[in-house]
Design a protein around this ligand. Structure first.
Ligand code: CA
Length: 466
């Protein structure tokens, strides 16, 4: 067997850390994902650099910010000929590479996956039941539930490998679930009791002290579209009651949808055990970004607040990663690609902006490891209206800048947002309910964070204000 480990990278879509029991979830149980926490490491500060499906996926493959890999929004597709992608470099070094499931970086030439020996992807968002999948460029109409199909195809691919090969594998299993419209597998349709899910502390947030950008966003759960919630709210209820009703409806389907993803992790871990692969396979479980689970009265993501910014990240590699460990150092989604390259013993190209987090996973990060991170969400006209923003987060504070939009930016003549700032003290205010930007108590902190924002924008060469 090769001394370089196999890499099994399992990524779901919109699975917030606070819907995983090992992260302290109050709303569901994920025993199989929790196995990775028990047998490996759980990261408490893994962050995305742009909390949206398509851009985060591009950053994960390239190790670059959105403005560098040019995948900033849901409208963008990856230019697949880009040589700096983890799977291409790993393949070149002798890894057998595959991606199965959601790609969401464009499924027409020239944005089809490249650098994979085998690929089988959903077009766009894909369907929960009887999805079309594209296998190495050929459309296949499948029957069944998408999470189970992706799992089965992954197992089949592992089974199809030459049993005598010395080559390690790099397998990306990308689930569509639990992205909206939150449709669970039939076997989970009665899981959990709607009406009895605990509410987050900030469910009834009234956005006092926050920016206009926050007050006017369209991601409030009471405004969620009916295809996602499936039912109309009861008649005659108040606005507050509607938010509570929508929360229960949302979380019931969301948690049920997660359960097949947890089953999938169990199936794949069992496969590794049964085939003697567990000892020499790095297994990662993560999601493309976090998600608001009624926090601040919201669903969706895009904002820089903790629930959206934070990615779940669990990793197991016996002999290197200590079982049951917790790592608090920051790991960004742009660090994933160089981390894979490090395990694969591949030189990291200069164009990669992230840094290998291999030592973070073994709780042995160097003294000069990053203690702050840069975030940027670009203007999207698809889906929900969230005003574009950028900011910086260090271990205690977070500075966010909504740099303003005009009717030309949004295509809506009624929307003009002036530039606004927010500053949060995450130690005093972990729920980010009290914007202290401009407060006399934080003059010094504010200056430090503004300077850090400048430093990181220069470091990552993001000089554009819009
Ligand atoms: Ca997503």
């Amino acid at each position: 067997m090769s001394s370089r480990p196999n890499i099994l990278y399992i990524m779901s879509d919109d699975h917030a850390a606070h819907a995983i029991s090992s992260y302290g979830s109050q709303i569901n149980h994920t025993p199989n994902i929790d196995r990775l926490a028990e047998e490996g490491v759980r990261l408490t500060n893994a962050f995305c650099t742009n909390a949206l499906c398509t851009p985060s996926r591009a950053s994960i493959l390239t190790g670059q910010y959105s403005h560098v890999n040019e995948v900033k929004t849901l409208d963008d597709k990856i230019e697949s000929s880009r040589p700096i992608q983890s799977q291409k470099l790993l393949k070149k070094s002798g890894y057998e590479t595959a991606i199965i499931g959601k790609w969401h970086l464009g499924n027409d030439e020239p944005s089809n996956p490249q650098g994979f020996d085998y690929w089988n992807i959903l077009p766009g968002q894909g369907d929960y039941y009887d999805p079309m999948m594209i296998e190495n460029g050929v459309n296949q109409q499948l029957e069944g539930y998408v999470t189970d199909l992706i799992t089965d195809i992954a197992v089949d691919w592992l089974d199809s490998r030459d049993k005598d090969t010395e080559d390690p594998f790099f397998l990306m299993v990308h689930h569509k679930a639990p992205h909206s419209s939150w449709i669970p597998a039939k076997r989970h349709e009665n899981l959990g009791i709607e009406g009895e899910f605990p509410e987050p502390d900030t469910l009834m947030d009234d956005y006092d002290t926050r920016s206009e950008a926050v007050k006017m966003t369209s991601i409030r759960i009471e405004d969620t579209r009916k295809p996602n919630l499936k039912f109309d709210p009861p008649e005659g209820i108040t606005k507050d009651e509607k938010r509570k009703w929508a929360y229960q409806r949302y979380i019931t389907d969301y948690t049920r949808t997660i359960q097949a993803v947890d089953d999938s992790v169990g199936t794949l871990l069992d496969y590794l055990d049964e085939h003697g692969l567990s000892e020499n396979t790095l297994v990662v479980y993560t999601s493309d970004q976090g998600m608001f689970l009624g926090d601040h009265g919201w669903h969706d993501k895009r904002f820089m607040y903790e629930e959206s910014l934070r990615m779940p990240f669990l990793a197991r590699l016996p002999g290197e990663i200590e079982a049951g460990s917790i790592a608090t150092d920051m790991l960004l989604n742009i660090d994933f690609a160089p981390t894979f390259m490090d395990y694969a013993d591949v030189d990291v190209p200069n164009e990669v902006q992230g840094t290998s987090g291999r030592k973070v996973l073994s709780n042995d990060a160097p003294d000069d490891w990053q203690t702050s991170m840069y975030y940027r969400y670009w203007m999207n006209t698809i889906g929900h209206l969230v005003i574009p923003n950028y900011g910086v987060r260090n271990e205690r504070y977070k500075l966010i800048h909504y740099y303003g939009v005009t009717p030309e930016d949004t295509g809506d003549p009624s929307i003009t947002i002036e530039a606004e700032w927010e500053l949060y003290d995450l130690e005093q205010d972990p729920r980010e309910m009290n914007n202290v930007y401009g407060s006399a108590d934080y003059v010094k902190v504010q200056a430090i964070m503004l300077a850090e924002l400048d430093r990181l924008q220069a470091k990552y060469k993001d000089g554009t204000r819009h």
